[in-house]
Ligand binder design. Sequence first.
Ligand SMILES: *[C@@H]1O[C@H](CO)[C@@H](O)[C@H](O)[C@H]1NC(C)=O
Ligand SMILES: *[C@@H]1O[C@H](CO)[C@@H](O)[C@H](O)[C@H]1NC(C)=O
Ligand SMILES: *[C@@H]1O[C@H](CO)[C@@H](O)[C@H](O)[C@H]1NC(C)=O
Ligand SMILES: *[C@@H]1O[C@H](CO)[C@@H](O)[C@H](O)[C@H]1NC(C)=O
Ligand SMILES: *[C@@H]1O[C@H](CO)[C@@H](O)[C@H](O)[C@H]1NC(C)=O
Ligand SMILES: *[C@@H]1O[C@H](CO)[C@@H](O)[C@H](O)[C@H]1NC(C)=O
Ligand SMILES: *[C@@H]1O[C@H](CO)[C@@H](O)[C@H](O)[C@H]1NC(C)=O
Length: 503
Amino acid sequence: MVFEFIFGVALLLSAWLPAKSDGIPDGVLHMECRDRYFMMAVGLSFSGEEPHFEAVDETGVYPITEQYAAECGYSVSVLPLQGHVELRASYFSCHTDNKDDKVFTFNFNLMANHFGQEATFTLNKTCSPSLPWSPREVTCEVNYMEVSVRSEVTCPSGTKKDDWDAVKTAHSSTTSDWQVMFQRAKEQSIPTNLSEAHKHGYVFDLTDGRLVFRTPYGQPDSFSTEVNGVPVELVHATLFSRQSWVVLMVDLVAACSMYEGSYDENGYMMWKTPEVLHPLLSGLHNTQVNIGVNGEFLEQPVAEERGYIVEKHNGTVQLSIPYNADGGYRKSCVTEDLYEFHVFNLYLEQILVDEDHVQTRLRLHRTWATPLLPHPVFTHNQTVNEEHMFSVYLGDVPDDVELAAVHLNGHKFTVPFTNTSRHAITKVVHPNSTHGYTLKVPFDDPVVLQQFSKEDAAMQHKLDINYTLTVLPEKEPFYHFASVMAQSDVCKSLTLYLDLVEH
Ligand SMILES: *[C@@H]1O[C@H](CO)[C@@H](O)[C@H](O)[C@H]1NC(C)=O
Ligand SMILES: *[C@@H]1O[C@H](CO)[C@@H](O)[C@H](O)[C@H]1NC(C)=O
Ligand SMILES: *[C@@H]1O[C@H](CO)[C@@H](O)[C@H](O)[C@H]1NC(C)=O
Ligand SMILES: *[C@@H]1O[C@H](CO)[C@@H](O)[C@H](O)[C@H]1NC(C)=O
Ligand SMILES: *[C@@H]1O[C@H](CO)[C@@H](O)[C@H](O)[C@H]1NC(C)=O
Ligand SMILES: *[C@@H]1O[C@H](CO)[C@@H](O)[C@H](O)[C@H]1NC(C)=O
Ligand SMILES: *[C@@H]1O[C@H](CO)[C@@H](O)[C@H](O)[C@H]1NC(C)=O
């Protein structure tokens, strides 16, 4: 009786749990402070395939839509191979609270579709990046470019803080006279005020010590060019303000390599960027390059050990990564046969120094995928006639593929075999993330075809094997066929038979 009562309460509690929406189970949400952005990862099994985020500050709640994310410094990526959705928010994103460019607080809502139920979670994260800000920083995110410059570097001497405050008020104030002009090749756009520019997707902001400019890719004022044979997208904004007889001018250049990546027959994925993207980003060529994956840089020995290669030639920085190197994600897929592809979330940093020893730090996020590469499985005939048993090994089966069934001379057997008395299948696991299966079928099994060969005075045994393999998690099937034959000497078989009878 007591037992039943406890059980009843437990049931009641568990029935109530899903409705509770102010807590996220452990291990589902992961929030991190990275050098230049907040990183939030939410498990897809918890959030559903299409979770939504909202940025929150004291002025309101702002849904992070695709367009809004690109303007305001947010990137949302669903990463099915990693099993999570990732939100990256720049420290200079529109709704991040910024204290002296040192302490950043981001309040946001996560709307998850959890088992068909919409649930909202109110979250926040505070970060104090340890890496000091370089005088000039450029971020090439997947969906936007962002530049920030230290205001005193760009300020001509004699500029007062008040002049800069004009930029800050430009969004709202009608009295602000800051204007922006976009330069494309030799042309210049008509100057517009900052609120007008904001309407077109450009965001200018003044923080405690930095001037920030952000633009989505593919804007009307951006231009695509080629630098040392590499496609580059560039936005060049000139801010200016007429203060009595002095004109203040600031050049802000966002430039990012738009190279799509290539794949060569030696199994390397290749990517490149010009050493110098724009004269205004650096005058000198000696650049330091740091390479990373998934938003974190790797120590050089680690990158080397993984086979990542960084080379400079012809004014470009070239990056080569073996398609199956650590740090990437692989996935099997079926189009008649078995294929695989590999995905890399590349993170690259270039540190440039110009004639005045002003440092520019350029960081780039790109997702890279190989084309579909064939991944053949193979069968190996390991039969030893004397054992009177077929032994066939199926190998090179990737981790995300499993054997579902075999057809033996047309008879279907699902795996694992329910009746293992006659034939057996054993799984063999290898350290290289592949596995295999050994199938054993006795020559005299009813499924084996037997034929007497007069010439050889021998018994011929034939087994056609049609393997049904499925790719997980979608359970897409594909087939692998093998046919094996074996002979057993009739006399020997007979003696063996007689032996058996005698005993
Ligand atoms: C931020 O999150 C923490 C832990 O989840 C919570 O205790 C705190 O109240 C939150 N702060 C704000 C301002 O929402
Ligand atoms: C900005 O320019 C637009 C169009 O020229 C004008 O309507 C608007 O009042 C201006 N805003 C400010 C803040 O000057
Ligand atoms: C560098 O440029 C030269 C001339 O354009 C070309 O022949 C050479 O192949 C290039 N080197 C590399 C490694 O791309
Ligand atoms: C194996 O399956 C056959 C046919 O279903 C059955 O007759 C036989 O008894 C089974 N053997 C064992 C050991 O389960
Ligand atoms: C993995 O290891 C097994 C056993 O050493 C080998 O047969 C197989 O070819 C390897 N597969 C790959 C893809 O390296
Ligand atoms: C293997 O089985 C599948 C599904 O039953 C069939 O479509 C395929 O043709 C078979 N392959 C061979 C070589 O018999
Ligand atoms: C498989 O192995 C057996 C025993 O070694 C051999 O007799 C036979 O020719 C091999 N090949 C095939 C295709 O069955």
